[in-house]
Design a protein around this ligand. Structure first.
Ligand code: HEM
Length: 367
């Protein structure tokens, strides 16, 4: 009887230990990314992305900005889970086909990098991570900072054009509206000032700012008085009234180099978008713009940008098999293909599984 009692007590202890271990393993809802998540499963992944991006930007410098923007749009609409890359289907209009996203470029670059990764390590690297890595490489290649972006994101299955408008700041958003918008994603006013610095590279269509040039008020041909007059004249030269398609550098000083030119432009009333100029209308964001505009070196901006980029890269991340590793970035995996993310066991999970194993051995010995 005593032997049986001690046996069942041991059984209870072991059962509780196993349950706790498994609950900790399966019940965690925290999304998990880490720096170098592919170090073991696809060690060459980050090198492949960097090599491809270097070649792409050497050929088409404008694509650096496009890839950086693509990542931010992905993160703000439904999280950094690659939904912007999905094509529409007969039953679904995807995010990329929202009228607000018509100007996005660079999908083919992601598809071709993904093809290289699939050839090297089939089914391992998510499209969400390809996008995150391509964006951070865009910054590095244009002479900005190297950003140690965590990886291990999984890909989502949902992409709906209806999600775009509520998750895209309006072109004429006020500074308060922008701060509130960023706040929804746990990003601060400083993150807003810092991430807007991404506009140091890339271009905008005339359509994105033409109301500032021609019909800012009800009476025709009145321009935005907060825009520098000479800059307005230059922009009118680049974007004739009614021209919505021409592309103009967001940073009037140095549009292909990741530097302080954007802040110098904004501080001098030459922020191209109304939302760039709006940074001057809040004490904190204005202080950041002024500080960087007057800085002699970009070190502080670079460190801040790396930190804010990583903050943004954590929005709505899928992990723990809540997503999948898409084989092609433009379509969810067919049901027949493995739609599960491969098990990439972190040290934490390994310890928990090992403790379960020890518990089972102990149970066997007791019995
Ligand atoms: C504050 C909120 C933001 C607003 C309102 C905004 C708005 C815009 C708009 C309207 C364009 C021009 C699109 C076009 O005409 O094709 C643009 C371009 C761009 N945005 Fe933003 N953006 C914001 C935040 C960001 C963030 C957080 C990033 C990245 C970290 C970013 C990176 C870029 C880049 C690099 C471009 C140039 C794209 C290209 O050359 O193809 N933006 N943005």
């Amino acid at each position: 009887i005593i032997e049986m009692a001690s046996g069942s007590a041991a059984l209870s202890v072991v059962a509780v230990a196993m349950a706790a271990a498994l609950l900790a393993l399966c019940g965690s809802t925290e999304a998990h990314t880490q720096f170098g998540a592919y170090n073991k499963t696809c060690p060459q992944a980050e090198d492949i992305v960097f090599k491809e991006m270097t070649a792409v930007v050497a050929k088409s410098p404008g694509l650096a900005g496009s890839l950086l923007r693509l990542f931010s749009v992905d993160c703000f609409v439904g999280g950094c889970e690659g939904s912007i890359l999905l094509d529409s289907t007969t039953n679904n209009t995807a995010e990329k086909d929202s009228p607000l996203n018509k100007g996005l470029r660079g999908y083919d670059v992601i598809d071709s990098i993904k093809a290289k990764l699939e050839a090297a390590c089939p089914g391992v690297v998510s499209c969400a991570d390809v996008l995150a890595l391509a964006a951070r490489d865009s910054v590095r290649i244009t002479k900005g900072p190297y950003i140690p972006v965590p990886t291990g994101r999984e890909d989502g299955n949902r992409s709906s054009a209806a999600d775009v408008t509520p998750n895209t700041p309006k072109p004429d958003a006020s500074i308060t509206g922008l701060i509130t918008f960023f706040g929804k994603f746990n990003l601060t006013a400083k993150d807003l000032a810092v991430l807007s610095g991404a506009h140091t590279i890339g271009k905008a269509h005339c359509s994105a700012f033409s109301t500032r040039l021609y019909n800012f008020t009800a009476s025709n041909n009145i321009s935005d008085p907060t825009l520098d007059a000479n800059y307005t004249a230059t922009l009118r030269g680049q974007c004739a009234a009614g021209d919505l398609a021409t592309l103009v550098d967001l940073d009037p000083n140095s549009g292909t180099t990741f530097d302080l030119g954007y802040y110098r432009g904004v501080a001098a009333s030459m922020g191209l978008l109304s939302t760039d100029g709006a940074l001057l209308l809040n004490e904190d964001t204005r202080a950041y713009v002024t500080c960087q505009a007057n800085a002699t070196a970009p070190a502080e901006f670079f460190a801040d940008f790396a930190a804010s980029f990583i903050n943004m890269s954590k929005i709505g991340v899928l992990s723990h098999h809540k997503g999948q590793i898409r084989r092609h970035c433009s379509a969810v995996n067919p049901l027949s293909a493995s739609s599960q993310a491969p098990v990439t066991m972190g040290a934490h999970a390994a310890v928990l599984l090992a403790s379960s194993f020890v518990s089972i051995v102990a149970l066997a010995l007791v019995l």
